[in-house]
Ligand binder design. Structure first.
Ligand SMILES: [Zn+2]
Ligand SMILES: [Zn+2]
Ligand SMILES: [Zn+2]
Length: 278
């Protein structure tokens, strides 16, 4: 399974859209790996996790045929993970000769309601016909092409079933956290009960190296705690890779500084277009 991190920033981007803090100023001047777009993951060139406003930029930067994607799994309704208006353009006269006729869009009830509401005024029949909107509930598992995808409950927004996704294909398992705080035991017990052995995990690292305590995001110190819990529950392979993403300027670190911290703690700091094969 090839996992490509198309975007690795939190909601505001890095540099943040309107910000002049020292991290954003230094990131803008440095360019390269310090420029981060909104978080999105591409699996094997056929499946996406999240659909931010930077999806268009990701397709251009990676020469992607976006019409080839069969399944999009949206974690939650925040704007950096769910940008419905771009879906209006998936049909004539805005798009022709699409490789895959139908795009399945999965999300919780809030996500699907938001997509319907935001696109209502501009969604023309051709685009409407090319989208299949599907509501998931916590612990639902669906078959999507070669993959089994399970929606696990994240700790993020009250009143919304925010998800983290477990993506499995025979012999390989990947789990991503965008966006989530520290998980309750019940999620890990569920995975242990299913004998899941993860090859890779990507963590929400919004806070960089800052310790913020329990909340709706994590930093590297929280990620280290989650990694230990996952080992204790026996749900990760010894060879598992632990990748950090969804970075905010408020974490205070540029990519090189993050990498230094990662070296000490055995994590991999993702950057835009970083990919790993498991
Ligand atoms: Zn986010
Ligand atoms: Zn800033
Ligand atoms: Zn969020």
């Amino acid at each position: 399974m090839k996992i490509k991190f198309l975007g690795t920033a939190a909601a505001e981007g890095l540099p943040a859209v309107f910000c002049n803090c020292s991290v954003c100023t230094r990131a803008k001047a440095a360019g390269g790996k310090d420029l981060r777009t909104r978080s999105q993951i591409l699996i094997d060139d056929s499946m996406l996790i999240d659909f931010p406003m930077d999806t268009y930029m990701h397709t251009v930067a990676n020469k992607l045929d976006l019409s080839r994607i069969e399944n999009v799994f949206i974690t939650h309704a925040h704007m950096d993970h769910c940008y419905p208006m771009e879906l209006v353009l998936r049909g004539a006269p805005y798009a022709h000769y699409m490789t895959v006729p139908i795009l399945n869009v999965y999300g919780n009830a809030t996500v699907i309601k938001r997509i319907k509401r935001q696109t209502a005024d501009e969604l023309e029949p051709a685009a409407k016909k090319s989208l299949a909107l599907k509501i998931l509930k916590p612990y639902d598992s669906v078959r999507a092409g070669r993959y089994a995808v399970t929606a696990l409950p994240a700790v993020h927004t009250k009143g919304e079933n925010c998800f983290i996704y477990l993506v499995e294909k025979p012999g390989t398992a990947f789990m991503q956290f965008n966006d989530s705080g520290i998980l309750p035991d019940s999620v890990y017990e569920f995975l242990a009960g299913r004998s899941v052995k993860l090859d890779a995990v990507s963590f929400d690292c919004t806070y960089g190296y800052l310790k913020k305590g329990p909340g709706r995001h994590m930093g590297m110190l929280d990620n280290a705690g989650e990694r230990e819990r996952m080992k204790k529950f026996g749900i990760v392979k010894d060879s598992a890779k632990y990748i950090l993403t969804h970075f905010s300027h408020n974490g205070g670190l540029l990519h090189g500084e993050l990498e230094e911290k990662c070296k000490e703690s055995g994590f991999i700091a993702a950057y835009d277009n970083f990919s790993i094969t498991i």
